[in-house]
Design a protein around this ligand. Sequence first.
Ligand code: FAD
Length: 425
Amino acid sequence: MRIGIIGSGGSGMSAAWLLDKNHDVTLFEKRNYLGGHTHSVEVILNGKNHIIDDGAAWFSPSIYPYFNAYLDIVGVEFDWIPLSLTYYNQSKQQVNCMPPVTARNILAMFTSRTTLPELLALNKAVNAAKTIVANKQTSVDFKTFIDGLSVSEKIKENFLKPLLSGLWGAPYDETNTFSIYPLMKYIVYHKPSGLQYYNWKTMKGGTKNYIATVHKNLKKTTTILNAEVQKIEFNKENNTVQVFTKDNTYSFDKLIITGGARDSAMLLKNSIDYNQAFEILNQFKCYKATLATHSDVSLMPPDRKDWSVVNVTFNGVDSYATIWHGSKNNEDIFCSYINPDNGLPKNLHHTSEWWLPCETPEFYQLQNQLATVQGINNVYLGGDYTHDIGSHEDAILSSVNAVEKIAPDSERLIELKKAAALYKG
Ligand SMILES: Cc1cc2nc3c(=O)[nH]c(=O)nc-3n(C[C@H](O)[C@H](O)[C@H](O)COP(=O)(O)OP(=O)(O)OC[C@H]3O[C@@H](n4cnc5c(N)ncnc54)[C@H](O)[C@@H]3O)c2cc1C
């Protein structure tokens, strides 16, 4: 079978890998690199080379069964990172380091006015969210959830809302409209038991190493960079999909589009044979996240002793996270979600812009509607946004779902499903 794939992010690459052994695959990527939202920036600091992931970076041993199994099979090595978190309320000059593991942070629970009440409030929120997460109740928005919590208004406004918004990277003024489900899923599943950090995984050599390793495993797939697909058409006579780039036209038996909600809507806008899918995609509301890789310590909490791997700063208007990529060796290298209208960090190394869907209750309704257009005129929609909260696990699962429909006998699909079942326990 001739199969086309649009997009080289985690979804597109895994779809190619799943099909590669048994089919003739062509993958189109509009950018000049493979990986999409898995993107590594190389920075030389004090003569040392650092590889910083400014897109997808972390995954956990618990809720990523397909992704963990896939990495094992492909042969990608990972590192562990203890996920410490600091919340810094800039206008009130208050910090809260979580979980309270070090002697300094445990002491803060008794000496600071805000630390313990905030920790108890977060615990209440996690407990209240457990059923919502377990039952995937995507219709409950942030405001409804937070209004129903028996926690003081001060703590809601000065702590819970900015913390949860900053952790997700949501636009602060739209946080109330987001479903509470994605905002709490990671926290519910990864809340450490006892006074210790939850350990997450990152890729050795950055996510670019992961994508390069998958690429090396592709034997029959042609990958074409700088190849934006401009439109597609269904050829009724021979039941194929025509794919048009600036320079060429291609013909496939099946096509998987993994371009992200926004780009996929733009692609299908001019494709009359795929109007139903376009109508759904066009309703996804997206926001632009700007990530800056920098060495500007002023974006971190004022006392270095309070720095964590993840640092959420609330300035009274916006809440944003800064990841301390130099935490292992105490180096000043960071990646921050920024609002470029407020200026750029000093000692800037790189900025990236990513479009992400606003994960509101409507987002989840649209996600369900997408299932009704899968396979129409031989086109399948994959990508993180088509599945659950849009994690890398969801990106891989979206490809598993598409390949299951297109070529259920693919050897690698069968192998991956077996291996993932072991991770699920
Ligand atoms: C800043 C940030 C941090 C994140 N952190 C994490 C994390 O730590 N852990 C986690 O699990 N998830 C994380 N995510 C979620 C992440 O988006 C997914 O994990 C996953 O990487 C998305 O993969 P994808 O293939 O679905 O989409 P993308 O990676 O967006 O890939 C889509 C690709 O399609 C290409 N494309 C689009 N239109 C066309 C066209 N017309 N023609 C050709 N090519 C096209 C794009 O250029 C792009 O390369 C993060 C996301 C962001 C933005």
